[in-house]
Design a protein around this ligand. Structure first.
Ligand code: IMP
Length: 194
């Protein structure tokens, strides 16, 4: 059995990734399994650079392949914000405060197009490879749904008209989400490389 180490301690992401690999021979580990590894810095202004630096940081403490994701919400009317700063968009840095700030900054704007972006950096002895997944949608004017995390209650994915990301089941979210799409490509990558 091959173990894949995902360099994240976000329990929601870990749950999505484990659900995605449930019917495969891979065992998934995350930073939740390595509590002694300190939080990796994310100092850059691109998803690619942050993902690679997180993966390389964690690789120092483990053996084998490390996969790190950097993800976020890119809003066209806000010139791409919150983007790489999605996690800490508001001063508080909670999902609630981030959503309040985003809805307030979008007040009265008619262009509400946005996308979730997820970049995986896969780091092993051979170097770094990248995989990218994108999920198109619009920013809602109000909250709906209890599922998911982060900006899900105010994101209306184009693939499920009339429902927010937080109103999708985990299987539905994984079938269209930025991370789900990156994971689908990653599965193909694994078939070729392992
Ligand atoms: P990261 O952990 O640095 O990649 O930060 C990602 C941030 O982007 C999260 O804290 C959320 O605010 C947001 N985000 C990423 N993926 C999702 C998602 O699937 N749903 C909602 N928000 C997300």
């Amino acid at each position: 059995m091959t173990t894949l180490i995902f360099a994240t301690s976000n329990a929601h992401k870990v749950e999505e990734i484990k659900a995605f690999f449930a019917d495969t021979p891979y065992t998934i580990q995350s930073l939740l399994d390595f509590p002694d590894i300190p939080e990796a810095p994310e100092p850059f202004d691109t998803f690619h650079q942050n993902a690679e630096s997180k993966a390389k940081f964690v690789q120092q403490y483990t053996n084998g392949m490390v996969i790190a994701d950097d993800s976020g919400l890119v809003v066209d009317a806000l010139n791409g914000q919150p983007g790489v700063f999605s996690k800490r968009y508001s001063n508080e840095g909670t999902a609630e405060a981030n959503n309040v700030k985003l809805l307030s900054n979008m007040k009265g704007l008619s262009n509400r197009t946005a996308r979730f972006v997820c970049v995986f950096a896969i780091v092993d002895q051979k170097g770094t490879q990248y995989i990218e997944g994108v999920c198109e949608g619009n920013i809602a004017t109000e909250y709906s749904g209890q599922g998911g995390f982060g900006y899900d209650p105010i994101f209306l994915p184009t693939d499920f008209i009339g429902r927010s990301m937080a109103e999708l089941s985990m299987a539905e979210k994984n079938s269209i989400s930025h991370r789900g799409r990156a994971l689908q490509q990653f599965k193909k990558f694994l078939l070729k490389h392992i």
